[in-house]
Every structure is written in C-alpha cells, then in structure tokens.
Design a protein around this ligand. Sequence first.
Ligand code: NAD
Length: 309
Amino acid sequence: MKIAIIGAGAMGSLFGARLASVGESVWLLDTSEPHVRAIREKGLAVVTTKGETIAFPQATTDYADIGTVDLLIIFVKSAATRAAAESAAELLGPNTAVLTLQNGYGNAQVLAEVLGKERVIAGTTAQGATLLEPGRILHGGDGLTHIGEFCGGISPRLQQIAALLSRAGFATTAENEIAPLLWGKLIINAGINALSAITGLENGKLIECGETRTILEMAVSEAAKVAAALEIQLPYDDPVAEVTKVAIATAKNRSSMLQDLDAARITEIDAINGAIVREAARLGLAAPVNQVLVLLIKALERKKVSSVD
Ligand code: NAD
C-alpha cells in the first residue's frame, strides 16, 4: 500500500518507520527540513528498551514529490490539521482513505469538511513516542489502537487498515462506532493536560494535591455531562475514577501540553478542553471549568509563544 504521513514528528515517524519496516511504501512529509534531511541521509532511527532500529521511509517537505496515495495519515498537532488537510488534498485519488489518530476532538470533523467525510477514519492510540533529535525518535509506550469510520460501521477498508497497523506492530481493533473511544480519551486528556500545564505538576501530583484534584474532578464531571448530553456511551462507568486511575498510572509523566508550553509551542487546548466548551455551547450547556482552563492556557501561550499576539 502507498501511504503518506503528514506530520512526521514523534508519532508520524513511529508509524512511518514501522510501516516501512514491514514493506509498505511510505512517504513522510514534514515542514521540518532538518528532520527530513536526516531521514533522507541516515534513515529514521527508532529507540526502544530493546535497542535501536533504522527504517528507510521516503521523506520530503514537498507534496509534489509524493503523487497520489492509498492511505493518508494526518499526524500534525491539532492546531495544524486544517492547513495540513488543505495541502494534502493533492495526494487524494478516488479511493484514498484518510486516517487520524491525533488527540483531541474535532480533527476528524476538519478532515471530513476539507477532504470528504466518506474518506475519513478516526481513532485513538495508546502508543507513545518522543522526538529525540532530527531523524531519531524514542518509542516510549505501547498500547492498543482503535479505529473507526467517521460515518460509522465496519467496512472492508477499515478491517484492512486495522490489519495493516497490527502487522506493523500496533495492535489495532476496528470499531463499529468510534465516538465513544474518542470521547473516552478526550475526557482523560481534558482532566489532566491543561491542569498539569498550568501548574507545572506531573500527572500523579495532580491527584496528591487536594486543590488540583478538586479542579480535575470538576473539569471531568463537566465534560462527562456534555458526553452524556450527546448520548455518548463512554468506555468506562465512572469518569472521575478513570481519570484518577490514569493520572496515578502515569504519575511521573509530564503531560504533552506541559511539554508544549515548556518548549514555547502552541498547545492542543482548542481540541481538548476547547472542544468540550464548543460542544457544550452547541447543546446550550455551560462548561465554565473547562472554559477557565482554556483561557488560562491561552494566556500562558501568549506569554510563552512569541508568535501569539
Ligand atoms: P510532534 O510535534 O512531535 O509532531 C508534529 C509534526 O508535525 C512536527 O514534526 C511538525 O514539524 C509537523 N508539522 C507541523 N505543521 C505541519 C504542516 N502544516 N504540514 C506538515 N507537517 C507539519 O507531535 P506528536 O507528539 O507526534 O503528536 C502528533 C499527534 O498525535 C497529536 O495530536 C498528539 O496529541 C497525538 N499523540 C501523540 C502521542 C505521543 O506520545 N507523542 C501519543 C498519542 C497521540
């Protein structure tokens, strides 16, 4: 299968390396010239606890190098999804499927709007990766990947893509309905990410500290009410207990949003707590706790990211 991955940072590189290693024809496209140059010159190194392997996907900064593909995977951060989708439109053939495993809620909707809803497959992944240096990533976490058609139902191509990802080493299930899993992960991220980025606390400390635990519980309960109003059946019974469990299981982690702010990068707040606020407003509900988290993160982005005016 010919595959293009748009956004070849930590996750795009991980999926690209593994798919190339099992013989798929993989193109990585990224705006980072040093990363693309390193992959072209030395291959893409993936570090795990078992050692380091090198894969040889093709890499470019120019869409014109790629041509049409069978599968387009979008792995930019959510703030760049629309721009990436608009540029990637030229890679589409009549049957090209478009997959997103990005965090947050709304990426699939943007892809559906820009590229056509019948093409889109969305999902969640518990894989974890970090960019160490250009051309070299750390595969730090392994876990299940779930994918589902944006329009619902189990299609032959959904099963084919689940099998492809599984063959590349990412155990993947094809889901009849993906919204419950997207919301399940969204609520976990909504409880942990912004709060850890605002306070600078590791995930576990958010539970140990009574004040942050209270805010986490308020944000999660509010998000769960929005999911309930949308008639989403979450993949767990007690959202607060689930988010608490995840924060404790990842106690030493510094959330991706905390890392983004530390590195003066725009965060994915609009796709996480921002999505809860937007969906609540659409339903005529209020989500003041999530709204405050959004506003505080925006204020911190203004302070730390020079391109934000
Ligand atoms: P990342 O910042 O490492 O990679 C994003 C890449 O996109 C960067 O290399 C950047 O140069 C590139 N980019 C930005 N704008 C672009 C554009 N317009 N066109 C092409 N490339 C562009 O991010 P990541 O950690 O790989 O995360 C990607 C997505 O996966 C996010 O939604 C994240 O929340 C999600 N995710 C990450 C992890 C993880 O462990 N890193 C785990 C699960 C989900």
